[in-house]
Design a protein around this ligand. Structure first.
Ligand code: GDP
Ligand code: MN
Length: 373
């Protein structure tokens, strides 16, 4: 074997090394150092604010009734609740179902906003915000299901004066079907909780995202130029100096698309990338601990995925042009490892992020095709 020094191969190996080591070290640090930290929350049981639950809908006739029932059965005092359904021209009769449901449930206040055209979820949320009379505003996606105590537990965490926003962990409603989905969640959930313990997590979930309304107003509402209304809003609130947290035992169920899983994941990756990109100019103003989180997460979402194709190109160059056998072996190992599930999941996620970044150049998916779930 020819073992001469090959600079192209060396650079490729460094790129591969960095690509895997940064997220692994971050994960291990989160898992074994940060996760054992105390929450440092000062929770008050007397905090019972008026809550406006906003359900944005676009063609949710199949799930909206169950969603309203689910909210109705929350253990939070019903007289402190207001449900705002903001619909953007659904063509499947979503609004009629909401009207009928409201007619049959007089002991909960329901406001219905029917938009004249569809301008995206964030636009609709801002519309709802204008009608919200609560001190707390909740995003409650139509395709999620909350445990009975989800809202009251989120609100209790919000009672800490330093907490500005609270979100949840997610479970797919059909367990076991999504191998990739579950693997991804295990890795990310640890990070969400660890970051929350330190200060705030920059990734939130629209299935249950709770905000103090005065803070929403201070940041000018939800961002209409990007898709990640939940994550971006939480990040902005954290930048104001408030915590945006996901507690470790607040799970909600989410419907996962039965078809089109890949394009669903890619769209979500697009939205996250948009959020991290939009926040870059603000990072230097972040509170100290949150700054580190933002730097690492931005790097992991925006830069790190690209090291892989770059390394692959270098390895292929070295293998074909320089006939370096070591490069061929490295490529072979990279392919063989795909038989190992966590590695395969990771590579899949990197591909999604790369495709998402490219797609963002021509379609930001601010208005997206509804996927059947
Ligand atoms: P996903 O969870 O990322 O797949 O996104 P969904 O398609 O589930 O959308 C999240 C929530 O936003 C759902 O309740 C949708 O009905 C709602 N939604 C999506 N687009 C629009 C829109 O243009 N207007 C309104 N009002 N709601 C929307
Ligand atoms: Mn959804």
């Amino acid at each position: 074997m020819d073992l001469r020094f090959d600079p192209i191969l060396s650079i490729a190996l460094v790129l591969v090394g960095v690509h895997f080591i940064v997220p692994i070290v971050y994960y291990l640090y989160a898992r074994f150092r940060l996760l054992e930290k105390p929450w440092n929350l000062s929770i008050s049981d007397v905090y019972k604010p008026k809550v406006s639950i906003v359900i944005p809908t676009y063609n949710e006739a199949g799930v909206i009734r169950e969603r309203l029932d689910n909210i109705y059965s929350q253990d939070y005092p019903r007289d402190l609740l207001e449900v705002i359904v903001v619909d953007s021209m659904s063509s499947d009769g979503t609004i009629d179902i909401v009207r009928e449901w409201s007619y049959n449930h007089h002991d909960i206040k329901v406001k219905i906003i029917s938009e004249e055209d569809r301008r995206g979820k964030a636009y609709a949320l801002n519309n709802a915000l204008r009608y919200a009379s609560g001190d707390v505003v909740v995003i409650a996606d139509a395709d999620a299901i909350w445990p009975r105590d989800a809202l009251s537990r989120a609100i209790s965490i919000l009672s800490d004066p330093l907490v500005g926003a609270v979100s949840c962990l997610k479970k797919p409603l059909k367990p076991g079907v999504m191998g990739v989905e579950e693997g991804y969640r295990q890795y990310y959930n640890i990070l969400r909780i660890a970051e929350s313990k330190v200060w705030a997590t920059p990734v939130f979930h629209g299935e249950l995202a709770v905000f103090k309304k005065d803070l929403l107003e201070r940041i000018g509402g939800f961002p209409v130029d990007i898709g990640a209304d939940d994550s971006y809003t939480a990040t902005r609130i954290a930048l104001l100096g408030y915590r945006a947290v996901i507690p470790e035992d607040l799970w909600v169920y989410e419907r996962v698309p039965s078809r089109g899983y890949t394009s669903w994941r890619i769209r979500r990756a697009q939205h996250l990338i948009q959020s991290f990109t939009k926040i870059i100019p603000e990072i230097r103003r972040a509170p100290k601990q949150f700054k580190k989180i933002l730097l690492v997460e931005s790097y992991i979402h925006l830069v790190n995925p690209w090291l892989l194709p770059l390394a692959t190109i270098l390895l292929l160059t070295s293998a074909t042009l320089h006939h370096n056998p070591t490069s061929i072996v490295v490529i072979g190992i990279g392919i063989l490892l795909l038989t190992i599930k966590p590695y395969r999941t990771w590579i899949t996620m990197q591909l999604y992020l790369i495709i998402a970044a490219i797609k963002n150049l021509y379609n930001k998916e601010i208005i997206w095709i509804k996927q059947s779930k």
